[in-house]
Design a protein around this ligand. Structure first.
Ligand code: PBG
Length: 321
C-alpha cells in the first residue's frame, strides 16, 4: 500500500510531532465569582471544584492561577443588595470594583476582565431594566455604560458586556473614550445564544430571571448567519475581541466567525458544559481529565484563540505536571 496514514500514529513522539492543535495555560481565561464577606471560599454545589470568593480571598487565588501560567481572569459579582435597575453594579465600593483593585494590587500582571451585565444585580434577574415585561434596550445600554466606566475606573483591563442589547459596544466605547479610558478594551459577547447550558451559572451567580426567559435578547440556537451579523456589528462598534457562547454546541459558529474576522476570537466553555463533565466523571461514566482536554482542544481546533473555562485551573495544573 502506498499510503498508510497509520505511519504517523506509530509512536507517541511521531504523534506529538505531527499534532496540529495544542492548548496552553495562556489560552485560558478563568471565571471567578466574587461575594461580600471575609475569608470566604464557598463551594458552588452545581459546579464541583468551583468557588465563590470574598474579595480578601482573591489575591491568593490570583497568585496561584498566575503560578500555573494563567494570564487572565473574568469577574462575576454577587452584590449585597438587588434592585429594579441593578444600581449596585456601578457602585465604587461594589464587589467587582473591589475585586479588580485587589487582584491588580496582588498580581499586577493579571489581565482583569469584568463581565458587564445587570442580571446579577436586578431583583427580577433580567439583563436590563424593564418596561412592562420587556427589557428596554436603550435605557439598559446607558446603565451598562455606567457599569463599564465604573469597572474601568477600578482598573479593569477589559470589560466584557454579556447582555446582548443592541448598540452596547458602541455606547460603551464612546463612554470609555469620553472619560479617558481609551486603553480599556472591550471583549464582546457577540454571539451569545439563549442556552440551557447556563443553568449551573445562574445558580452560582443567583441570576436566574424571575419570570419569562432571555429569548428576547439572547440569540436563537437555530441561527448561524445571525451570529455573523452580530459579530460584524460589534466589530464596527469597536470590539477588540469577539466571543461565541456557549462553545460546544456551537463549534460550527466558532469556525465561521474565525473565517469572518482577523480579531482574536474567544469561546465561552460555559457552566453546563463543565458540570456535565464533572457529574459524569463523578459517576465513573467518563474519564473526566481526558474529556476535559478533548473539549478544550476541540474548541481551539474550531478556531478559538482564547477559552473562558472553569477547567482553567485544573487543565493548567495538568499541563504543568
Ligand atoms: C450574564 C452571563 C451569563 C453567563 C455569563 N454571563 C448567564 C446568562 O446569560 O444567563 C453564563 C456563563 C456560564 O453559564 O458559565 N451575566
Amino acid at each position: 500500500m502506498l499510503i498508510r496514514p497509520r505511519r504517523l500514529r506509530r509512536s507517541a513522539s511521531i504523534r506529538e510531532m505531527v499534532r496540529e492543535t495544542a492548548v496552553f495555560p495562556s489560552d485560558f481565561i478563568a471565571p471567578l465569582f466574587v461575594i461580600h464577606g471575609n475569608g470566604a471560599k464557598e463551594p458552588i454545589p452545581s459546579m464541583p471544584g468551583q468557588f465563590r470568593f470574598s474579595v480578601d480571598a482573591l489575591g491568593k487565588e490570583a497568585m496561584e492561577l498566575r503560578d500555573l501560567g494563567i494570564m487572565s481572569v473574568i469577574l462575576f459579582g454577587l452584590p449585597d443588595a438587588k434592585d429594579a435597575i441593578g444600581s449596585r453594579s456601578w457602585a465604587d465600593d461594589g464587589v467587582v470594583q473591589r475585586a479588580v483593585r485587589e487582584i491588580k494590587e496582588k498580581v499586577p500582571s493579571m489581565v482583569v476582565i469584568t463581565d458587564v451585565c445587570l442580571c446579577e444585580y436586578t431583583d427580577h434577574g433580567h439583563c436590563g431594566v424593564l418596561k412592562g415585561s420587556d427589557v428596554d434596550n436603550d435605557a439598559t445600554v446607558e446603565l451598562l455604560a455606567r457599569q463599564a466606566l465604573s469597572h474601568a475606573g477600578a482598573g479593569a483591563d477589559m470589560v466584557a458586556p454579556s447582555d446582548m442589547m443592541d448598540g452596547r459596544i458602541g455606547a460603551i466605547r464612546r463612554a470609555l473614550d469620553a472619560e479617558g479610558f481609551k486603553q480599556t478594551g472591550i471583549m464582546a459577547y457577540s454571539a451569545k445564544y439563549a442556552s440551557g447550558f447556563y443553568g449551573p451559572f445562574r445558580d452560582a451567580a443567583d441570576s436566574a430571571p424571575q419570570f419569562g426567559d432571555r429569548a428576547g435578547y439572547q440569540m436563537d440556537p437555530a441561527n448561524a448567519r445571525e451570529a455573523l451579523r452580530e459579530v460584524r456589528l460589534d466589530i464596527e462598534e469597536g470590539a477588540d475581541i469577539v466571543m461565541v457562547k456557549p462553545a460546544l454546541a456551537y463549534l460550527d459558529i466558532l469556525r465561521r466567525v474565525r473565517m469572518e474576522t482577523l480579531l482574536p476570537l474567544a469561546a465561552y466553555n460555559v457552566s453546563g458544559e463543565y458540570s456535565m463533565v464533572k457529574a459524569a466523571a463523578q459517576n465513573g461514566w467518563i474519564d473526566g481529565k481526558r474529556v476535559m482536554f478533548e473539549i478544550l482542544t476541540s474548541i481551539k481546533r474550531a478556531g478559538a484563540d482564547l477559552i473562558l473555562t472553569y477547567f482553567a485551573r485544573e487543565a493548567a495544573a495538568e499541563l504543568q505536571a
